[in-house]
Design a protein around this ligand. Structure first.
Ligand code: FES
Ligand SMILES: [Fe+2]
Length: 449
């Protein structure tokens, strides 16, 4: 019997992680570094092939520490990472903590109402002011399981330096003999952040040329339709993923696997063969998963009976296409959103090396939906579905990473339905050339209009 309940899947993930350990430890850093130029050249050559000749990348793109370090500098720290949704930070003093690419961070709403991304590294001796799992800090009684909390000030537990919500140093004991010490010069470091359509983004190297609003114009209107700034995160789950961050990105975006992993769940609703990708763009990929005849007739039958087929009320004023499909967008490199006619799904990806990442899966609905008398029941049904297909995906992602460690790994051929994987390869290839898709090669055509 396939394992499909959440505790069983989490236990299976742990076992697979343990099985991978011997493959992960004996790496030769010098050899990997020496092989990096050839690997980047291979990624570019692979991406330059037409879709009809596309293959998977070399396994090393998912296992090499040197390649991961290259990604950290050229793909991850240099681009925008989505770290929070404003519904997680509604009041002044609300914050969440997370660790992103080695940076211990606080995302906080300060006294002026602005959302900031601050370093948790104390400017005194470098202490992480809220080291994970220790439970220190002024917000200790209110720090939630997902690192969320509420506070008036931040306190470093080591020598009790305290910081305002905007990171300024407010007080520090016994520093009066430190010559020339100016409190105003010793705040928590702040990273470049933007709030766009209700999502909070950070650009860790501070050098990204375009803001989220400038570079992701392609799905701007889609987020507007879902009024994403007014949605609320109603379910959030953390997953320790023993696989490369690109594995979840690729899995999220290609729908060919409806014929396998989701044969009983998503395939009857949205048959793989009808899914398609839009024209290639510099900073994003956009896909459509139209409802099949079976799903459309189920909707028609429910509406004819005066009811609704969806779990939550429909997002208001959706056009015909958005009403009868799921949309997927990837904002390079890792902003993953699924537009469902009654909700929005957002995955937060925190890469932690070539072999693992932490994933936060969330479900968002309009705030008004949370006031419905039967909301708890609807939420239980909604998460049963969204977590259900995620559990199916987790098995595939865990299994794919195992293949990357294997001598049996082959550079597999891609189906035309896997165009998003090929487009993602083309993104990585352009980053290796210091540019973005469509800027130095003609744009690949859409699969449909
Ligand atoms: S390290 Fe933070 S107060 Fe000393
Ligand atoms: Fe899936």
């Amino acid at each position: 019997m396939p394992v499909t309940d959440e505790p069983q899947v989490r236990a299976a993930i742990d076992l697979n992680l343990r099985l991978n350990v011997p493959q992960i430890i004996p790496r030769d850093p010098a050899a990997e570094l020496a092989a990096l130029p050839a690997l980047l050249a291979d990624v570019q050559a692979t991406a330059d092939r037409p879709l009809s000749e596309a293959t998977t990348l070399p396994a090393a793109a998912y296992t090499s520490d040197a390649f991961y370090r290259w990604e950290v500098d050229n793909v991850l720290r240099s681009e925008w990472q989505c770290v929070a949704h404003v519904s997680q930070l509604t009041e002044i003093g609300d914050f969440i903590t997370l660790d992103l690419l080695g940076e211990p961070l606080i995302v906080v709403r300060d006294k002026s109402g602005s959302v900031r991304v601050l370093s948790r590294t104390c400017p005194h001796r470098g202490m992480d002011i809220m080291p994970p799992a220790f439970g220190h800090g002024p917000a200790e009684p209110r720090v939630g399981p997902l690192g969320s909390g509420h506070t008036r000030l931040f306190l470093c537990p080591y020598h009790s330096w305290t910081f305002e919500l905007d990171g300024k140093l407010k007080a520090c004991p016994e520093m009066h003999e430190a010559c020339g010490f100016q409190r105003s010069e010793w705040g928590l470091r702040e990273f470049r952040a933007e709030v766009w359509h209700g999502f909070v983004f950070v650009n860790l190297d501070g050098k990204c040329a375009k803001t989220p609003g400038k570079q992701w114009t392609d799905f701007d209107t889609h987020l507007e339709k879902w009024s994403s700034q007014d949605l609320v995160v109603v379910d959030a789950r953390t997953w320790e993923c023993p696989f490369n961050w690109k594995v979840i990105v690729e899995n999220f975006m290609e729908s060919y696997h409806h014929v396998g992993a989701h044969i009983k769940s998503l395939q009857p609703m949205m048959p793989a063969r009808d899914t398609w990708s839009e024209v290639e763009r510099p900073h994003s990929i956009r896909c459509h998963l139209p409802y099949g005849a079976k799903e459309r007739s189920a909707i028609a039958a429910a509406e004819a009976a005066g009811g609704a087929h969806e779990v939550f009320p429909l997002i208001p004023k959706l056009d015909e296409r958005s009403r009868y499909e799921w949309g997927l967008t990837l904002g390079f490199p890792s902003l993953l959103l699924a537009y469902v006619p009654d909700c929005l799904i957002w995955y937060r990806v925190q890469p932690e090396g070539p072999h693992k990442h932490t994933l936060l899966t969330t479900l968002l609905v309009p705030r008004s939906v949370t006031q419905l008398p039967d909301f708890a029941d609807r939420l239980a049904r909604g998460t049963a579905a969204s977590v259900g297909f995620h559990l199916e995906d987790m098995e595939m992602c865990v299994g794919v990473q195992r293949g990357y460690y294997s001598g049996g790994y082959q550079r597999g051929r891609l189906s035309h339905l896997e165009m998003p994987i090929w487009l993602f390869q083309r993104y990585l290839a352009t980053r290796a050339r210091g540019t973005w898709p469509t800027l130095d090669r003609p744009a690949a055509a859409a699969q449909r209009d």
